[in-house]
Design a protein around this ligand. Structure first.
Ligand SMILES: CC(C)(COP(=O)(O)OP(=O)(O)OC[C@H]1O[C@@H](n2cnc3c(N)ncnc32)[C@H](O)[C@@H]1OP(=O)(O)O)[C@@H](O)C(=O)NCCC(=O)NCCS
Length: 218
């Protein structure tokens, strides 16, 4: 029907969303070290453990039934690695077996990612348990023409939904990392209420460490 407004649906997807999140991660966040490990790692290890171990969740946005974006969060950044090692040792063994056949850079990426998590836990602000891990919006739905015509910001809707989920889990703030030179993400999170705690080298690049309240501050 001409002139009909698109319908946005934002859903907490759980395990059913792991494959979609992995595909979107691969497509939209090419600078992430995890992306280099491939879609099998993202779907079968990273997102499967995140959801399967009850450490976080995936939120998907659909516009008129079409996948438009995703955001993932955890309420338990600190125990993520240790819980995976304790409860999914067989999965980690499979990862090690896969890595054996891959170039050394893959092993370096895994070690680098583990060190990043450990370093994050020692940084100022590490007392904050909630974290937004990954987020992205499909190109078509970040087109200013689409946003103007529909009145829909998929990005803002995803962030609000994730804030509500973390707040419901008892987290008053979430932490997140952005590339220091990523104008869009930094502007987006700042306008949503985030403040920068520090900047520094993370994943071999200059990153901002931001903290975002999950509930409206008075
Ligand atoms: C980051 C991302 C999710 C933002 O989605 P988006 O659709 O571009 O966001 P929107 O256009 O809805 O913008 C929302 C707000 O962010 C700000 N913003 C976004 N891009 C901006 C830019 N380039 N310059 C200045 N402000 C910007 C604006 O304040 C805007 O609000 P306004 O329209 O009311 O002024 C999207 O660019 C993306 O998927 N990037 C690739 C993946 C990625 O980098 N993920 C990591 C995020 S940490």
């Amino acid at each position: 029907m001409p002139g009909k407004k698109p319908k946005l649906e934002v859903i907490v997807a759980g395990l059913d969303g792991a494959r979609t999140a992995a595909d979107l991660h691969q497509l939209l966040i090419c600078q992430s070290p995890l992306t280099r490990l491939g879609p099998w790692f993202l779907a079968d290890v990273y997102y499967d453990c995140l959801i399967g171990l009850g450490l976080g969740n995936i939120i998907l946005a659909n516009v008129d039934g079409e996948t438009a974006g995703f955001i993932t969060y955890t309420l338990d950044t600190k125990t993520f690695l240790s819980e995976v090692a304790r409860r999914r040792w067989a999965t980690l063994a499979a990862v090690a077996k896969q890595m054996w056949r891959k170039p050394l850079t893959t092993a370096a990426t895994v070690i680098q990612s583990a060190l990043i998590v450990l370093r994050q836990n020692a940084e100022p602000g590490a007392e904050i348990r909630g974290e937004f891990l990954t987020m992205g919006v499909v190109d078509r739905f970040r087109d200013p023409a689409f946003i103007r015509a529909s009145g829909i910001s998929v990005a803002k809707s995803l962030i609000r939904a994730a804030q509500a989920e973390v707040a419901a889990g008892g987290g008053q703030n979430v932490k997140l990392f952005t590339l220091a030179n990523a104008v869009g993400p930094n502007a987006l999170y700042t306008m949503m209420g985030a403040t920068k705690r520090w900047s520094g080298m993370v994943r071999g690049v200059n990153a901002n460490y931001l903290v975002l309240p999950t509930t409206r501050q008075r």
